[in-house]
Design a protein around this ligand. Sequence first.
Ligand SMILES: Nc1nc2c(ncn2[C@@H]2O[C@H](COP(=O)(O)OP(=O)(O)OP(=O)(O)O)[C@@H](O)[C@H]2O)c(=O)[nH]1
Ligand SMILES: [Mg+2]
Length: 338
Amino acid sequence: MARDWSDLFITGDADGAAAGDGAAGEREGDGRRGGFFRRLRENLSKTRQALSSEIQATLFQTLDEHTWERLEEALIMADVGAATTAQVVETLEHEASEGGLSSGEALSERLVELLAETASAGEGRIDIRPKPTVILAVGVNGTGKTTTIGKLAWHLQRELGHSVVLGAADTFRAAATEQLEGWARRAQCEIVTGPEGSDPGAVAFDAVAQARSRGVDVAIVDTAGRLHTQEHLMSELTKVRRVIERQLDGAPHETLLTIDATTGQNGLLQAKMFAEAVQVSGVVLTKLDGTARGGIALAIARELGLPVKLIGIGEQLEDLRPFDAQEFARALILQPQE
Ligand SMILES: Nc1nc2c(ncn2[C@@H]2O[C@H](COP(=O)(O)OP(=O)(O)OP(=O)(O)O)[C@@H](O)[C@H]2O)c(=O)[nH]1
Ligand SMILES: [Mg+2]
């Protein structure tokens, strides 16, 4: 699971490969990481406040049936999911009755651990070893595709030194292309566009072709989130995917689905629909700052069988973060020490 931007991408570089579980602990004291964690905790405050009173009550009262029920309710309210909640609370209850969890602190640490364990499914990182790597972004309109692409491009190009070309295949609205052009300027990367109403497949094709001919490392293709009808959108996305497959063997290497966390269970339904139409390889869960139900990040892997790779916790550049289940669960459950 990725802890940082350099851990998110599999690059084939020696230090990239070394950035596994062992290296992560050593970076704990790093000031930059500490800053990120504080920001994550601040931006998840809505969910944490909703959870904290119940959790604190559970942790510092005599543990009887009633307190476990309250903890269960609080986790379900935070959208952790019924199955995950039942499993986690049952394990905690069992371990507490065995005398393994004597203090409130031990109990909350164990809760974090159990929640984080349930949140992993498949490869949480993004492999950018293929040259070029093609990333396709899909999702319902307004979920944050274009913003996510912009931030990804910025990190790849400006921070990690991997060249990027963007493909503005959301040709449905002229404003969509302008928005992506703005991000290309900020990231100082290349962009391929087409006229409004033109074939999105052609734009995707040209973007991948440009990446190949100019030796660009990563091509990221934006798509529309809404067309005249849903069937129309799904068939268009299937077509864009096929065009990319034909242009480059093995591409798209990554298909990222953005889900707006504030839409809760509806977001999960959308996800199932997209996953059926295009082969989704990972989820970007956005707007976690705007909801008290941030537990959904921990339920999504179980519900969809897809890894959450990135989370959005605000509109700033630094508010798109590689997802780390352990770090996320800590930010959600543990009270600030200060
Ligand atoms: N608070 C908050 N806002 C976000 C986050 N991610 C994206 N947004 C905002 O959500 C809005 C929609 O984002 P877009 O990137 O345009 O969404 P899209 O999926 O490309 O939408 P369409 O192009 O219409 O399909 C923008 O105002 C973003 O700034 C987040 O993590 N937190
Ligand atoms: Mg968009």
